[in-house]
Design a protein around this ligand. Structure first.
Ligand code: UDP
Length: 238
């Protein structure tokens, strides 16, 4: 776990956005993983995902508060959470300002339809290279379509680790672009799902809100978060 934590982007949100803007301007291919404890736990049991995470080119940002806490326990000076949904919003407004082309892959087709409406209203200057739902076609086939459009930004929402593996295994098809596995962000930004109220976000309890809304997440939360912290503690003792 420590090998992932040591790789984390430790700056502020503002610094991360500046980094992304620079990469866009320089046309540098960039793959961003927004990590919560579940992401890093998955890396321990999935060899392909582990390879993607430890790749020096892969940028990992601390999305979940559990990751921020674990990093601090390990003496890594992470400034704050850098969340997937806020990074997506930033990239969309940046894309709107710069007239970038954007491809969205993942989520249900009815969610994407709603999202297309939101995009044209809120980000009229974004060029939509394509929208492809996450329930039809195989990942590699979709990535062939995506690569033909040569997009500046690629958002993939298929759940972890499928979204990250789909990106990582197909990055070679692209010469440039910012790629990010964005989980439920399309559901939230389309207005289909609600993000936690501000007070939960402020108190770093967004995870609690998700459990209240979807109680079946409790088992998953326990398995990934509590075990995650105890593994980090054990590794630190060694
Ligand atoms: N999703 C998808 N295809 C699938 C499974 C999931 O497109 O086969 C989408 C789903 O509709 C949602 C996103 O992946 O928009 C991520 O879902 P969720 O936030 O539940 O992911 P998790 O918490 O499992 O990472």
């Amino acid at each position: 776990m420590l090998e992932y934590l040591k790789k984390l982007f430790i700056g502020s949100n503002k610094e991360f956005y500046e980094f992304l803007e620079k990469r866009i301007k320089e046309s540098k291919k960039t793959f961003v993983v927004t990590a919560n404890p579940e992401t890093l736990m998955t890396g321990r049991i999935n060899t392909d995902f582990h390879k993607a995470l430890i790749d020096p080119e892969t940028i990992i940002v601390p999305d979940g508060i559990g990751v921020v806490k674990a990093a601090k326990m390990a003496g890594i000076a992470v400034k704050e959470r850098v969340t997937g949904v806020e990074t997506v919003e930033y990239l969309l407004s940046c894309g709107n300002k710069m007239g970038l082309s954007v491809y969205f892959y993942g989520a249900k087709s009815e969610v994407l339809k709603k999202f297309a409406g939101v995009l044209s209203q809120k980000y009229p200057a974004l060029k939509i290279a394509g929208l492809h739902d996450g329930y039809t076609d195989d990942e590699n086939k979709v990535f062939e379509y995506i690569s033909q459009t040569k997009p500046d930004l690629v958002f993939v929402a298929l759940g972890i680790p499928r979204q990250e593996l789909a990106v990582y295994n197909n990055l070679h098809l692209f010469e440039k672009g910012i790629f990010i596995g964005c989980g439920g962000s399309i559901d939230v930004l389309s207005g289909t799902k609600k993000r936690a109220p501000k007070i939960f976000i402020k108190l770093n309890c967004e995870w609690l809100y998700r459990i209240i809304c979807e109680p079946k997440r409790l088992g998953r939360f326990y398995n990934n978060n509590i075990k995650f912290l105890s593994i980090v503690k054990k590794e630190l003792k060694k």
